[in-house]
Ligand binder design. Structure first.
Ligand code: ATP
Ligand code: ZN
Length: 304
């Protein structure tokens, strides 16, 4: 008879993603590209994994670190900012770290920054001494102020942080910035960056001791493959043999190309898998260096 399963042992993986918001669609698309599919429940909070035993939990992004800490979910797709804020708060309470960033996912990029009214002639973090700063990231802000040796009041707000200076609620803000348009609209300017962030896969600190270990390894392998291919393109072109060294120098991100002879010994046809983005400028540079009949193709999948 097999030994009884350990308490809490599970044979399905559970991944928490944002229910609705900036990260929800890209997170789903990424997992779908890894070959996952789900049957949606009526309440749309739980999606049962069909192609693999990997279920989704759809939640508010702020709840994801807590769900990981409590072991309700095995992985989560969340902004590094949310994960780091949770870690900063736990550190302040003296609790141990419950989850870690497994891998950056290449979307949802922005930064957590201090922004001040445009008229402020900023000289450095010391300018914040004795001031009041509004934020939804009190843990990270306190940590940064502590490291900078600045004594300021942190006012925790959950929404519309950027309007606080105009309402007289704060002198400055600490908020997420991507294009900066929201700051400009509120007559603020970014002056210090606390954290560069993007969506990450967050997961357990310790490896799984049950059937989830194998599933997790499979998922991470597929994720690597999908993310590696994201900007990859198959480049086809022809060139004279003597132009080859010059052309290869322009393709530092390419896998070793396949080279075929086309016309006698001197004209070659090449195909190369390139991992950097294939811009018009790059194609024009290749043409100038002797490439012709350039063709760029998307790559759906590779397996080596
Ligand atoms: P929820 O209802 O799940 O709590 P939310 O309003 O907190 O949603 P969103 O505005 O959807 O969250 O942002 C989710 C994440 O997207 C942020 O935590 C951040 O990592 C990332 N992000 C990227 N660009 C921006 C931006 N310009 N402003 C805010 N977040 C951004
Ligand atoms: Zn949120």
């Amino acid at each position: 008879m097999p030994p009884p399963a350990a308490v809490g042992a599970r044979d399905r993986l559970r991944i928490a993603i944002q229910k609705s918001g900036r990260l929800s669609e890209p997170a789903r698309a990424l997992l779908a590209a890894c070959g996952l599919s789900w049957r949606e429940s009526r309440d749309k909070l739980f999606c049962y994994g069909e192609s693999l035993p990997v279920d989704l939990l759809l939640v508010r992004d702020d709840d994801i670190p807590g769900l990981l800490a409590d072991g309700v979910c095995d992985y989560g797709i969340v902004g590094r900012n949310v994960l780091a804020e949770h870690a900063a708060e736990r550190a302040r309470e003296g609790s141990h770290v419950a989850s870690r960033e497994v891998r950056a996912l290449g979307f949802g990029a922005c930064r957590l920054a201090i922004a001040v009214p445009e008229r402020w002639e900023w000289t450095g973090p010391g300018d914040l001494q004795g001031k009041r700063i509004a934020t939804s990231y009190p843990g990270l802000l306190q940590q940064w102020l502590g490291e900078a040796g600045v004594d300021a009041t942190v006012a925790t707000l959950t929404g519309s942080v950027e309007i606080a200076p105009r309402l007289g609620q704060a002198d400055a803000v600490c908020d997420l910035v991507s294009s900066g348009a929201t700051l400009v609209a509120n007559q603020l300017k970014p002056v210090e960056t606390l954290l560069q962030t993007e969506a990450v896969l967050a997961g357990p600190v310790l490896p799984f001791g049950d059937a989830r270990a194998e599933l997790a390894a499979l998922l991470l392998r597929r994720l690597e493959g999908v993310l590696k291919l994201k900007d990859s393109r198959l480049l086809l072109f022809q060139a004279r043999r003597e132009a080859l060294p010059r052309l290869l120098k322009l393709l530092p991100d390419a896998e070793p190309p396949t080279v075929m002879q086309v016309d006698g010994a001197d004209t070659l046809a090449l195909q190369a898998l390139c991992h950097g983005s294939m811009t018009w400028q790059r194609l024009e540079d290749l043409k100038l260096a002797g490439a012709s009949a350039l063709l760029v193709l998307p790559v759906e999948r590779t397996l080596s």
